[in-house]
Design a protein around this ligand. Structure first.
Ligand code: PEP
Ligand code: MN
Length: 376
């Protein structure tokens, strides 16, 4: 895809910060007025690098009957944060009404959440509500790794006339229980930046990591990849938070992370070029995780089959089933461009694993089975 020209103001001209990176922090959710004020005051005291306060007023929760946010009342608390601490305020908007309320309460920056970016109807509704308004807006990546969807949401907001426009990289849902809550898949934000070079890119390590331990590592990586800022969740008492407990840190802990970060290269020194080899290796790590997870799920299904066969006094090997399966898988593998010799050997091993699981579950001696493996 060729580069896309958009009328986007550089981040240091947003009237938000001059010194990059931009650091945004605050709780996942505004819970009580006390919690919001305590977080903001502690941030001002412990982390002078934080210029923008964040808090979710409306929370998109995966399951119903969880805490779904305080709503409009929380926006009043944000106004107090601004008045008392001088921090700018930011909030997630997911529909036109959220936009109107946030504007009415003088919120400084809006962001579109990952679950909203996936839906062009919702993004268009927000864009329509923003027509004629001059406010900074940041668009989180969609939960699925779809660059076009992310770009499309940014374009819709841009078409509404927003020029203080940025993107937030918060990782992508992979459906696997890997190292990350949301896999970073760094090449997507890098590709977006390549397509729209003027677009400021903020990283949200909190939602990528889903835990506190990796925040420093991911924040550093984002800065090394020349991202323009960080959004990190903080809470006075993370273990008691009403949402995202595991990933929030106290303002004191945040201060430690920010101090340990190598925020800027010395004056005049360019940032290191993007290490694509490292990015590809990260991708391989993720794929291997998927392979192993898939194999483990396959093994569990085989166990169920073995239990069923045991109960119904069936034999382990059903040769015709195996022949059919092998034929089907080898032809599929060929269509996917895999080397036929490799596919055959792979399925030989998979079949062996399946037999071993079944002999174990069914208490049969492995030696007694004629493994009937395909010829090399
Ligand atoms: C959040 O920022 O608290 C949030 C809900 O994030 P995301 O949209 O990235 O899941
Ligand atoms: Mn959160």
């Amino acid at each position: 895809m060729t580069k896309i020209k958009m009328n986007i103001k550089p981040l240091d001209q947003w009237g938000v910060v001059q010194d990059l990176p931009l650091i945004i922090s605050g709780p996942c959710s505004a819970e009580t007025k006390e919690q919001v004020m305590a977080t903001a005051k502690a941030l001002v005291e412990k982390t002078p690098q934080v210029r923008v306060f964040r808090a979710g007023a409306w929370k998109p929760r995966t399951r119903p009957n969880s805490f779904e946010g305080i709503g409009n009342e929380a926006l009043g608390w944000m106004q107090e944060v601004k008045a008392e601490t001088g921090l700018l305020t930011s909030v997630e908007v997911a529909n036109a009404n959220h936009v109107y309320e946030a504007l009415k309460h003088g919120i400084d920056i809006l962001w579109v959440g990952a679950r909203t970016t996936v839906n062009p109807f919702s993004v268009q509704e927000i864009a329509n509500a923003l027509k004629g308004v001059d406010i900074p807006v940041m668009v989180k990546n969609p939960i699925n790794p779809d660059l076009q969807l992310w770009l499309g949401a940014i374009e819709r907001i841009h078409q509404a006339g927003i020029t203080r426009l940025g993107a937030i990289h918060r990782g992508f849902s992979s459906g696997q229980n890997g190292r990350f809550r949301n896999a970073p898949q760094w090449k997507l934000p890098i590709e977006l930046k390549r397509l729209v070079p003027d677009l400021p890119m903020i990283c949200d390590p909190s939602h990528i990591c889903g835990n506190r331990d990796m925040l420093l590592e991911i924040s550093q990586k984002a800065l090394d990849l020349a991202m323009d800022g960080l959004m990190l969740e903080s809470h006075p008492n993370p273990d008691e938070a009403w949402s995202d407990q595991l990933q929030q840190v106290t303002p004191v802990a945040l201060a430690g992370i920010l101090e340990d970060l190598n925020l800027r290269k010395p004056e005049g020194e360019d940032r290191e070029p993007v290490d694509f080899l490292k990015l590809y290796r990260d991708e391989i790590d993720l794929i291997d995780l998927e392979i192993l997870d898939t194999m483990s799920r396959r093994a569990k299904v085989i166990e169920k089959i073995a239990e069923y066969k045991k109960e119904h006094k069936m034999t382990i090997l059903q040769v015709s089933r195996w022949d059919e399966l092998l034929k089907d898988r080898l032809s599929l593998a060929k269509k996917l461009g895999l080397d036929p010799k490799f596919s055959k050997e792979l399925y030989q091993q998979i079949h062996l694993m399946s037999i071993r699981i079944q002999t174990k579950v069914m208490n049969v001696d492995e030696e007694e089975i004629d493994l009937d493996l395909p010829q090399k």
